[in-house]
Design a protein around this ligand. Structure first.
Ligand code: ADP
Ligand code: MG
Length: 575
C-alpha cells in the first residue's frame, strides 16, 4: 500500500474535503493515512497510537462515508462507543464539523447525566450514535435505540473503557449488533483484556500501530526552574501571578498532589480545578466545561486523567512534578503550542538530579530546555504596573464622563493637588493583592571565587576516543553546577583525561557525573590520586597505575575556558 501524504490522495467526497480544509487540516496524520483505507475496505482494524494523533478522524471519515443517506427508515448504521461523556461529545462535535456540508448525516450523542427525553427524541432520526456504554445500554433496554442495522462499531479508547469497568456493557452491546458488522477498535495500549475483546469480536483484524508520536515540540518554548523542594508551590504561584496565563494546565504525578495543589491554589485566590481519575464522570464533565468555557483558567491534572481530552490553546503547561517519562512529558507540553501556535512549558525541578533528568528528557527529544528564574515580587509588581499604566493610557484616549471631571474639581477645591488625587485614584482602582510569598532567589555557588584551589578529576576516556576539551567541558557543565569558566586545566591522555575543578566542588561534581557520557560513551569518574601516581612513575611501571603512559598534551585552556589557572605542581612534574 502506498503511503498517503495528502487528503487529496484519499479522494474524499468534495463535501468532506471542503470541511476538512475548513478545519485547517492539510495532511492526514499517520494513523489516518493508514487506517482510513483499511476501514474503507471493510476490514476490522485495531488502531494503536497515542493521544493527540488524530484517531477520531481516522474512524470518523470512513464511518461517515459508510452511511447510506438514502435509507428510508432512519436507522443507526454506525455506533461509536467512548469511555466518557467528554470524549463522546468531542467525537460528535468533530463529526458534526466533518459533515457540515453533507446532508443526511445525523450524529446523536448519548451519555449519562443528560436528559433522557431529549436524547430519545433525537435518537429517532439518528444514523450515527456516539455514546458511553452505560447510556447505550439504557437506551437498548428502553428500546429507544435499535442496533439491528449497525454496519460499523467503533470502540474508541477501548483500554480506557475497560479500565472504567465497561467490559460487560461493551460485550452486551456488541452481541446485540449484527454479526457481519465491521468492528474497529482504537486503544493507546494493548493489555490482554483488549486482546480478548479483539479475539471474540473482530474478524481477521488488521493492526495499525504508530509508534512514535507525531507531535512536534518545536513550537513550544521549554523552560525549567530549579527551586528548593519546600518552595515548589510558592514558585508556581509566583509564576502564575507573573505570567497570568489565560489558560494553564498544571501536571502532577499523583492524584493526592492534584487535590492538594488545586485546593491550595484556590485558597490563594486562583481559579483552579482538579482533574483526576477518582472523580465521578459528572464531576469530570463539570470541571472540563468550566475550563473550556472560561470560568476556570487553571486545570490541575494527572497524566491519566488528562489523556484523551482535547483542550487546545493552553498558554502555559506547568509540570509541577517532573514527568515519569518522556512520553508523559510530550503529552503534557503538547497541550500548548497546538497547530501553528507558540506555546510555553515550565517544569518545576528541585535539585540537581531533577534538573539533569529534565535535560535528559529534552536531549532525547532533540530539543532544548532553558533555565529561567522564578519571578520575584518586584518583577510581578512592575509587570502589573506596566499593564495598569497601559489601562490608564487607554482610558485617557477615550471619553471621560462628566461626573468624574466634577469629582476632580471638588477635590481640587478642597485643596488637594492633581498629583495626589490621581495617585489616590490609581491606588483605589488598582489596589493589588500582595502575594504574601517571599522571593525565591537562586543562590549560585561561587566555586571559583572560593579559595582558588583546584582538584583534579579523572575521566576514563581519552585521545583514543577522539575526546576533545570541549567535549569534557560540555559534559561537565551540563550535568554539574559548574560553569565553563569554573573549570581549570584539562589534560588528555590516550585513554583517560584529567580535568581540574574547584576543590570545593570536586566531590559534588563526581556525584553529579555519575552515569554521564562523553562523546556518547559512558564514563567513570574519580578523584585524581596524586601520590599513587608518583610512586608508580618512580617504579617505572605504568601497568595497573594511573600514571600517564605518555606525556600530557598541553591544552591551551583559552580554547575551553576564559580563565586560566596556573597549576605549578603539575608543570613541575611534567618538566
Ligand atoms: P486522539 O483521538 O488520537 O487523541 P484527536 O482525534 O482528538 O486525537 O485529535 C487531536 C487533535 O488533532 C484535534 O484537535 C484534531 O482536531 C486535530 N487533528 C486531527 N487530525 C488532524 C490533521 N490531519 N491535521 C491537523 N490536525 C488534526
Ligand atoms: Mg481520541
Amino acid at each position: 500500500m502506498d503511503i498517503i501524504t495528502s487528503f487529496q490522495e484519499l479522494a474524499l467526497q468534495p463535501k468532506l474535503q471542503r470541511a476538512i480544509e475548513e478545519m485547517g487540516f492539510e495532511t492526514p496524520t499517520e494513523i489516518q493515512a493508514q487506517a482510513i483505507p483499511l476501514i474503507r475496505n471493510g476490514a476490522d482494524v485495531i488502531g494503536r497510537s497515542q493521544t493527540g494523533t488524530g484517531k477520531t478522524m481516522a474512524f470518523a471519515i470512513p464511518a461517515v462515508e459508510k452511511i447510506d443517506t438514502g435509507h428510508e427508515r432512519h436507522s443507526v448504521q454506525v455506533l461509536i462507543m467512548c469511555p466518557t461523556r467528554e470524549l463522546a461529545l468531542q467525537c460528535s462535535e468533530e463529526i458534526k464539523r466533518l459533515t457540515k456540508y453533507s446532508g443526511g448525516i445525523h450524529p446523536v450523542e448519548v451519555y449519562g447525566g443528560a436528559a433522557m427525553d431529549r436524547q430519545i427524541a433525537r435518537l429517532k432520526r439518528a444514523n450515527i450514535v456516539i455514546g458511553t456504554p452505560g447510556r447505550i445500554m439504557d437506551h437498548m433496554r428502553r428500546r429507544t435505540l435499535r442496533l439491528d442495522n449497525v454496519k460499523l462499531v467503533v470502540l474508541d479508547e477501548a483500554d480506557e473503557m475497560l479500565s472504567m469497568g465497561f467490559k460487560e456493557d461493551m460485550e452486551t452491546i456488541l452481541r446485540e449488533t449484527p454479526s457481519d458488522r465491521q468492528t474497529v477498535l482504537f486503544s493507546a495500549t494493548m493489555p490482554p483484556s483488549i486482546m480478548a475483546i479483539t479475539e471474540e469480536f473482530q474478524t481477521n483484524p488488521q493492526l495499525v500501530q504508530i509508534n512514535k508520536k507525531q507531535v512536534t515540540v518545536d513550537n513550544i518554548v521549554q523552560h525549567y526552574v530549579d527551586v528548593p523542594m519546600g518552595r515548589k508551590t510558592d514558585a508556581l504561584k509566583l509564576m502564575l501571578h507573573y505570567y497570568k496565563p489565560s489558560l494553564a494546565m498544571i501536571f502532577c504525578n499523583t492524584k493526592k498532589m492534584v487535590d492538594e495543589l488545586s485546593e491550595d491554589l484556590r485558597k490563594s485566590g486562583f481559579n483552579a480545578e482538579a482533574l483526576h481519575g477518582d472523580l465521578k464522570q459528572s464531576q469530570r464533565s463539570t470541571v472540563m466545561d468550566k475550563f473550556r468555557y472560561g470560568s476556570t483558567n487553571i486545570l490541575v491534572a494527572t497524566d491519566v486523567a488528562a489523556r484523551g481530552i482535547d483542550v487546545n490553546d493552553v498558554e502555559i503547561v506547568f509540570n509541577y512534578d517532573i514527568p515519569q517519562n518522556n512520553e508523559y512529558y510530550v503529552h503534557r507540553i503538547g497541550r500548548t503550542g497546538r497547530i501553528g501556535k507558540k506555546g510555553t512549558s515550565i517544569t518545576v525541578c528541585s535539585g540537581r538530579k531533577q534538573v539533569i533528568a529534565m535535560k535528559e528528557i529534552a536531549r532525547t527529544l532533540k530539543s532544548t530546555v532553558t533555565e529561567i528564574d522564578v519571578p520575584t515580587n518586584a518583577d510581578i509588581h512592575s509587570r502589573i504596573n506596566e499593564a495598569n499604566a497601559q489601562t490608564v493610557e487607554n482610558a485617557l484616549h477615550g471619553e471621560i464622563g462628566q461626573q468624574y471631571i466634577n469629582m476632580v474639581n471638588t477635590l481640587l477645591e478642597n485643596g488637594h493637588s492633581l498629583f495626589d488625587i490621581a495617585a489616590a485614584a490609581l491606588q483605589m482602582h488598582f489596589s493589588e493583592d500582595e502575594t504574601n510569598i517571599s522571593d525565591i532567589v537562586k543562590e549560585r555557588k561561587q566555586y571559583k571565587g572560593s579559595d582558588g584551589k583546584f582538584s583534579k578529576i579523572v575521566l576514563d576516556i581519552g585521545r583514543a576516543s577522539r575526546v576533545a576539551p570541549n567535549h569534557l567541558v560540555a559534559s561537565i557543565t551540563e550535568r554539574s553546577m559548574l560553569h565553563g569558566s569554573d573549570i581549570g586545566k584539562i589534560e588528555i591522555y590516550d585513554d583517560y583525561s584529567v580535568v581540574a575543578v574547584p576543590s570545593n566542588s570536586a566531590d559534588e561534581v563526581i556525584d553529579m557525573m555519575y552515569g554521564a557520557k562523553v562523546c556518547g560513551k559512558p564514563v567513570k569518574i574519580r578523584l585524581y590520586e596524586e601520590k599513587q601516581n608518583r610512586s608508580a612513575r618512580r617504579a617505572g611501571s605504568s601497568k595497573n597505575s594511573h600514571a600517564p603512559k605518555n606525556l600530557p598534551r598541553n591544552i591551551n585552556k583559552k580554547a575551553v575556558s576564559k580563565k586560566t589557572s596556573p597549576h605549578p605542581r603539575h608543570s613541575k612534574r611534567q618538566g
